[in-house]
Ligand binder design. Structure first.
Ligand code: FES
Length: 171
């Protein structure tokens, strides 16, 4: 007799079934939408990726030369082409050095040998900041830190550059 109290009525059975199926379908529809909405944000940045430059390794000399390179940048849902610049040369140990041109004072662009009075240095025209060839800031000029350095790689005879980072140790 008591078992009859626990029996599910036809109406309850229908209600449970519809709720279950409805919930399942709703989850099935919502999951792709949620995933689409948050996926670009959760995706790891392509950090550590090296980008090809047009500069051939064999063309790198002891004289810093300007290299512009373009890559596709994904900012969440927005994709754009970004062009970066590096000053590239070989040091006396034949190591490739690639320096960021972004001045460590207020972010202007530095040029190599662009100041006639200091033809062997990087020069920032905004506030006359100067850096030695290895990117060290010259004391007494506005910049307070060395130029950032790009990690370098060689692939198929071309120079590849990583993400420019502050110099942590003295060159
Ligand atoms: S921004 Fe380069 S010296 Fe000020």
């Amino acid at each position: 007799m008591s078992m009859s109290k626990h029996r599910v009525s036809r109406r309850q059975f229908l209600s449970y079934t519809l709720t279950g199926v409805g919930g399942f379908m709703a989850a099935g529809m919502l999951m792709p939408m949620v995933r689409f909405a948050i996926d670009p944000v959760l995706k790891a940045e392509a950090g550590g990726d090296f980008i090809a430059t047009p500069l051939k390794i064999k063309d790198i000399t002891a004289e810093p030369q300007r290299v512009d390179f373009t890559f596709e940048q994904k900012d969440a849902w927005y994709t754009s082409d970004v062009t970066n610049t590096a000053w590239v040369y070989k040091d006396e140990k034949d190591n490739i050095v690639a320096l960021s041109p972004v001045c460590k004072h207020l972010g202007c662009t530095v040029g190599w040998a662009s100041d006639e009075a200091h033809p062997d240095q990087f020069f920032c025209p905004c506030h006359f900041g100067r850096y030695t060839k290895d990117g060290t800031n010259v004391k007494g000029t506005p910049p307070l830190a060395p130029l950032d350095v790009y990690p370098v790689q060689e692939k198929d005879g071309l120079l590849y550059l990583g993400k420019a980072e502050p110099r942590t140790k003295e060159a």
